[in-house]
Ligand binder design. Structure first.
Ligand code: CA
Length: 224
């Protein structure tokens, strides 16, 4: 899952980005409203964490402009503006949630998880394909009850494929959601990670869990 974080307080931004990255999210941090809009337009995000008091363009204006283009992207406002009126305004303009500073990181993360779950509304905390089980909350993966130890990137790839089961997903699409702007599309990074992931899954299950669809991408099926 890839998150755009628009927060101009560098220390707070660094703290949030680090915490979210530790939880397996790909995070792009921007520090003003114009940058936020630009990154939103050129990349494909699953969720936006948006501060309201931003330089160059106010967070509410960013929110309005994004909502005019996209009714579905999840937006969580993070703001020191704590009055009820501000909260109502933010929600009326189309934010999906509103968290007042100072906040607890655990609560921010729980709200993000909740919003992303709503995006994939049919998917509960855990996703299972055959005996392969993935828990989006604990980030644990197991086959037939035995845990499979994955790196953060391997987990991110697997989570994306499992949430889009029975569909062919291209490598470009996976990397858009699992890596942030630092990803070099010309490197072998993706191939390296998916190869390693496939190998671990095979070792655990003796099955080819992630099918390669030649020239198109990858697919995971219900009936593993
Ligand atoms: Ca601010």
């Amino acid at each position: 899952m890839r998150i755009l974080l628009a927060e101009d307080e560098k220390m707070l931004s660094g703290y949030i980005a680090k915490g979210l990255q530790n939880s397996g999210y790909a995070v792009d941090a921007v520090y003003d409203g114009e940058e936020a809009l630009y990154e939103y337009v050129v990349n494909d995000y699953d969720l936006i964490v948006l501060d309201l008091n931003l330089p160059k363009k106010d967070g509410l204006d960013v929110l309005r402009e994004i909502r005019q283009r996209d009714a579905d992207i999840k937006i969580l406002i993070l703001s020191a503006r704590s009055s009820v009126d501000d909260r109502i305004l933010g929600l009326d303009e189309g934010a999906n949630d509103y968290l007042v500073k100072p906040f607890d990181f655990g609560e921010l993360e729980a709200r993000i998880r909740n919003l992303l779950r709503r995006e994939f509304s049919q998917v509960p905390t855990a996703v299972s394909l055959g005996r392969l089980r993935l828990d989006t909350k604990t980030k644990q993966v197991s086959y037939n009850g035995t845990e499979i130890s994955l790196t953060r990137k391997e987990y991110g790839i697997l989570e994306y494929l499992m949430l889009h089961k029975n569909q062919v997903v291209s490598a470009e699409e996976v990397t858009e959601h699992v890596w942030n702007n630092e990803f070099d599309p010309f490197s072998n990074t993706f191939r390296y990670h998916i190869h390693s992931l496939k190998k671990k899954l095979f070792t655990a299950s003796n099955l080819d869990c992630i099918k390669t669809v030649r020239g198109q991408g990858y697919r995971m099926e219900d009936n593993l």
